[in-house]
Write a new protein. Structure first.
Length: 185
């Protein structure tokens, strides 16, 4: 059957189909994610602690075991994985789905600081990091020049290019220098 003839014979049906598509489209647009990366919300924290001069067995005995004992008391911990290497330990804390990760991070930092009291003398506080898609860079910029030295490239990258891409830099157009600010008269 010809679609035009169908539309002329059943205008109410066609009107209802158009309204359904319009309402469904509007609903989809407002419910759509607005971020580049999907929200993964993996409930995982990393604790990295370095202590120079220890072999992996010493790291495991003096540092890793202490952390594993203290981390048992953090709310929502599912399990802890650890890897002891030369002069360093990396612990990966898995939490139950739906755990408030801000609270879990605060508890992990608190228990890490508490564990420092029984660590070897001179132990520095560990790094507590939550890695997810939002904490990874979208891209990298590489600067090379045959005429400018490395120090000048670093200055350009830090003080001219970086502000253009940061949230505080505003436009992606660098500010122009006037004759008064560039030192010319």
């Amino acid at each position: 059957m010809n679609p035009i003839v169908f539309a002329l014979r059943r205008p109410i049906t066609v009107l209802m189909l158009v309204l359904a598509i319009g309402v469904g489209g509007s609903y989809s647009i407002f419910r759509m994610q607005k971020d580049i990366f999907p929200s993964l919300n993996q409930p995982v924290l990393y604790v990295i602690h370095g202590y120079g001069g220890l072999d992996p067995k010493q790291v495991e005995g003096l540092i890793t075991n202490v952390y594993e004992l203290f981390f048992q008391y953090i709310n929502g911990v599912e399990h802890v994985e650890s890897k002891s290497i030369q002069s360093m330990v990396m612990l990966k804390l898995y939490f139950q789905p739906g755990t408030n990760m801000a609270e879990a991070t605060a508890q992990t930092v608190a228990y890490s600081n508490r564990a420092l009291s029984v660590m070897p003398p001179g132990s520095l506080p560990p790094y507590v990091v939550r890695l997810d898609a939002g904490s990874l860079p979208v891209g990298y910029l590489v600067f090379t020049s045959k005429t400018r030295p490395v120090g000048q490239l670093q200055d350009l990258a830090l003080f001219r290019v970086r502000p253009m891409f940061s949230g505080h830099g505003g436009d992606l157009v660098p500010p122009r220098r006037s004759a008064a600010t560039s030192g010319r008269s």
